[in-house]
Ligand binder design. Structure first.
Ligand SMILES: *Cc1c(COP(=O)(O)O)cnc(C)c1O
Length: 408
């Protein structure tokens, strides 16, 4: 079969909706359009019933009870609600929050906002492999600590944090544990009981559901977590998140969770096989490539590789029929290296020439082989033009060279 271009390998940014998810949603736009909060007629009841089915599907994926699921507009909101909600509710108890430097901006910027309001935040560093050090965490906890927020798996490098161990420490110290589970839930087994998680954020569009809908798991016992709402109104969702429910979106999220759960074992096997094929294909044909982050503690569908001696922009241009993300972020017109890679100690040059490959449910072996071919061909072509690569091959230690501007 001919390959259809461009190839989508950016499944950490978003995923296409699974057609089965769309099918489940469709009737609720038209004939079953009721407001799930309408208690007086069949339209409302039908919507409510569907919402409750979705709640159960989501709860089942993470081993929670349906009552512990709060619907939101996505994981950005879930992260805000979890962190700000705990911060306000437990202000009397303490004002200290612990997180880590490679979190998603939805966590980091929420913490920064709280710092403006007098909260103290510890941003733990990560080790070279991308994971936090548990001793650092233990030492950071004080009597004033009310929340630990550590992501399950990172969206750039796919590195999985030692969540179960962190959960144990949090429980021991009586501190709430929030986890941004967006990249992990539905991809690898997430179990809020085993992992000791008190709050967990998830998002539909990262697991083959629709955009603009997510959920927050909020533990109801051992311990019970209370949250201050950040959106006030009609008191929906146990008063934690007012607003008419996004019924179709919620149905999509529920169905997406159900599919992920039913197919996880099979899907993990397929995606890790494709990922390893991509990795081996590239690493066996090119030298001077570096994998960012732990290979052992990693999502099955992620690989992040830095290509030395090429220029990041040129590399992306050279493979512009493949949709991937790079380790450079355009912030206010300057090209900043990824803060995640920086936190691992990756130098600026290698950060700029890194590529995140995120393989998804609908990718094929043929696509992976095509990508390997294009990447290898492009990197080789760019390196042929690179005097630095030439010198490195001849054994010159480039890091020790002194540079002078032309004309000096
Ligand atoms: C995508 C993502 C988010 C944000 O989720 P939205 O539903 O798009 O708001 C948060 N955290 C991580 C790790 C993500 O990958």
């Amino acid at each position: 079969m001919a390959i259809k271009l461009p190839i989508y390998l950016d499944n950490h940014a978003t995923t296409p909706a699974d057609p089965r998810v769309v099918d489940a949603m469709l009737p609720y736009f038209t004939e079953k359009f009721g407001n799930s909060a309408s208690r007086n007629h069949a339209f409302g009841w039908a919507a409510e019933e569907a919402v409750e089915i979705a709640r159960a599907q989501i709860a089942k994926l993470i081993n929670a009870s349906p009552k512990e699921i709060i619907f939101t507009s996505g994981a950005t909101e879930s992260n805000n609600l979890a962190i700000k909600g705990v911060a306000e509710m437990y202000r009397e108890k303490g004002n200290h929050i612990i997180t880590q430097v490679t979190e998603h901006k939805a966590v980091l910027d929420t913490c920064k906002r709280l710092e403006k309001y007098g909260y103290e935040v510890t941003y733990l560093p990560v080790q070279k492999d991308g994971r936090i050090n548990l001793d650092d965490l233990r030492k950071a906890i004080t009597p004033k600590t009310i929340l630990i927020s550590i992501m399950y798996a990172n969206n750039e490098i796919g590195v999985v944090q030692p969540i179960e161990e962190i959960g144990k420490i949090a429980k021991e110290k009586g501190v709430f544990f929030h986890v941004d589970g967006v990249q992990a839930a539905g991809k690898i087994p997430v179990d809020v009981q085993r992992d000791g998680i008190d709050l967990l954020s998830i998002s539909a569009h990262k697991i083959y559901g629709p955009k603009g809908v997510g959920a927050l798991y909020v533990r109801r016992k051992n311990p019970r977590v209370q949250l201050s709402a950040i959106i006030d109104g009609g008191g929906h969702e146990r008063g934690m998140r007012s607003g008419t429910l996004n019924v179709t979106g919620i149905i999509g999220l529920g169905k997406a969770c159900e599919l992920c759960q039913q197919e996880m074992a099979e899907e993990t096997a397929k995606l890790s096989r494709l990922r390893d094929r991509l990795k081996e294909g590239i690493m066996s044909k090119l030298d001077e490539c570096y994998i960012n982050g732990s290979m052992e503690h990693r999502l099955p569908h992620n690989i992040n590789i830095s290509f030395a001696f090429v220029e990041g922009e040129s590399l992306l241009m050279g493979i512009n029929d493949i949709a991937v993300s790079s380790g450079s972020a355009c912030t206010s017109a300057t090209l900043e290296p990824s803060y995640v890679l920086k936190a691992l100690g990756v130098g600026e040059d290698l950060a700029h020439t890194s590529i995140r490959f995120g393989i998804g449910r609908f990718n094929t072996e043929e696509e992976v082989d095509y990508v390997v071919g294009r990447v290898v061909e492009t990197v080789n072509r760019l390196r042929e033009l690179s005097p630095l690569y030439e010198m490195a091959k001849e054994g010159v230690d480039i890091s020790k060279m002194k540079w002078t501007a032309a004309g000096e």
